[in-house]
Design a protein around this ligand. Structure first.
Ligand SMILES: Nc1nc2c(ncn2[C@@H]2O[C@H](COP(=O)(O)OP(=O)(O)OP(=O)(O)O)[C@@H](O)[C@H]2O)c(=O)[nH]1
Ligand SMILES: [Mg+2]
Length: 187
């Protein structure tokens, strides 16, 4: 059992993806906040969510093209990368795939576990998670743990699973990640 005063393990989570993907909506849902007045993010938002002995520090960075060069300022010490995709935005699947591929090449994000949210599944025109996985050639990712998750940040469908992943999986993901880096579990 957790000692009363033992500090929570902090997990740094980075939310990235193109503008309009639904990152901020997702962040607000995770923090159980109102989602009715969300505007495009010009800089970043950060929220800390307490979960299962973990303190999840979730960084949501604006995805507009002119802001993307600043993503790299947030890479350091990331424990989990969440990449959000608007599953209805077929015209930009190639663009989002390119941005993701570039992220996976980043030294500072090497081996960082990847969770992809196939968001906006509440809309009729949404591509399925498996279609996206195929389109983005996710099976070629071999240098990290990855998972694709269908969800709707608006209806919250899949967000329960999201909350579940964020509360249960980081323990596993995080420890695997540390083990892979040969850092052991005690530091
Ligand atoms: N139907 C539907 N709309 C969504 C969903 N998630 C987000 N949206 C809408 O998509 C729009 C963009 O959402 P944001 O959360 O602002 O997107 P973002 O990724 O933070 O965008 P930037 O801050 O520009 O990078 C808003 O109008 C949201 O209401 C979803 O799951 N389903
Ligand atoms: Mg935003």
């Amino acid at each position: 059992m957790k000692l009363k005063n033992s500090p929570d393990q902090e997990v740094r989570i980075l939310l990235l993806g193109l503008d309009n993907a639904g990152k901020t909506t997702l962040l607000k849902q995770l923090a159980a906040e109102d989602i009715t007045h969300i505007t495009p993010t010009q800089g970043f938002n950060i929220k800390s969510v307490q979960s299962q002995g973990f303190k999840l520090n979730v960084w949501d960075i604006g995805g507009q093209r002119k802001i993307r060069p600043y993503w790299r300022n947030y890479f350091e010490n990331t424990d989990l990368l969440i990449y959000v995709i608007d599953s209805t935005d077929k015209k930009r699947f190639e663009e989002t795939g390119q941005e993701l591929a570039e992220l996976l090449e980043e030294e500072k994000l090497s081996m960082v576990p990847l969770l992809i949210f196939a968001n906006k599944q509440d809309l009729m025109t949404a591509a399925s998670a498996s279609e996206l996985a195929e389109g983005l050639s996710l099976h070629t990712i071999r240098d990290r743990i990855w998972q694709i998750q269908p969800c709707s940040a608006v209806s919250t469908e899949g967000v329960q699973v999201t909350a579940d992943i964020l509360s249960q999986r980081p323990a596993i993901i995080y420890f695997n990640y540390r083990l892979n880096k040969n850092e052991g579990l005690n530091n």
